[in-house]
Design a protein around this ligand. Sequence first.
Ligand code: AMP
Ligand code: MG
Length: 351
Amino acid sequence: MMNTLLLSPDEENLLLAANALKDGQLVGIPTETVYGLGADALNENAVRAIFAAKGRPADNPLIVHVADIDAAMPLCEIDQRSRRVMEAFCPGPITLLMPKKPCVPSVVNAGLSSVAIRIPSHPVAQKLLRLSGVPVAAPSANTSGKPSPTTAQHVYDDLQGKLACIVDGGACQVGLESTVVDMTSPIPTVLRPGGVTPDMLLTVLDEIQVADSVLRPLKEGEQALSPGMRYKHYAPGGQLTLVRGDTEKVQQLISRLYNEAQAQGHSVRVFAFEEHLSAYPGMETASIGRLSEPETIARQLFAVLRQADADGVEVLFSEVLPPEGIGLAVMNRLSRAAAFRVIDANQEELP
Ligand code: AMP
Ligand code: MG
């Protein structure tokens, strides 16, 4: 096993990390969405090492990160529509699927015709991309099956010994993976919701559609629009159930289910909005952020899930938020973490 360096983002360390990338090594990179496990996208062996380190199936394509639109041009065909989206939202938490050019090795995009391109806004990611001068293929820097990492320590916990270094850029601002938009379909299609919402996209596009599997499981035999949608997503060690309905009914039902699970000897935890914590007196709770500021929920969700695993919690109940704005991305990740287990408190009979 190699010795993984945890680096502060000073000039000297950034040069060291940039050189590691140029050398074909793996580097943990902070971005505004989540931490990435990066390697030179044009170096096939380096890209293969990403899949090996994560335990990621080879048919799940990677996102290629570049510093700006000019650096994307050798990699993909950017039509007028895509350019409008890029000019409006890049750098930022959005990934565009566009037709691939031949220089990108097919190991990066699992042999598909499109390649996923993202321009991160995090200043450390920007500096690393410019210093290294190479496009960087990077999936989230977690072990496959774990929540995406939002701190350098999360990356270290999952992957130490499997990468050259991790640059510590602090906690991620957005906290959820980028919005993935397929720009190759007749109507641009959101395959994965993220920090750039469909409403935001509509300010520069005439139409947008959201893949309807965003908030439900794929049906038996249904073709996934994006390979990543096929894979089982992170599921906590404990069993998570989402409870929806009128606020008061949700709180009553969660309290009842909490007490039942506890009476059976389980360790139990409630994921509640900051504003609702006092509705669960005497129960173990974790704040998932403020309902009035849903971006705070996006920012801390993965850390809260990781903490529940670290604490060995067996049974979890969570409040839910409307799937609007950034709430759509939050509910997409929460629904998957709960394996789509949702109870409607308005339809449950309370004793
Ligand atoms: P990750 O890098 O782990 O955040 O995952 C990237 C996501 O983008 C996965 O869900 C991939 O399946 C998806 N993706 C990347 N490239 C393509 C592509 N060319 N076509 C469809 N989906 C893609
Ligand atoms: Mg991932």
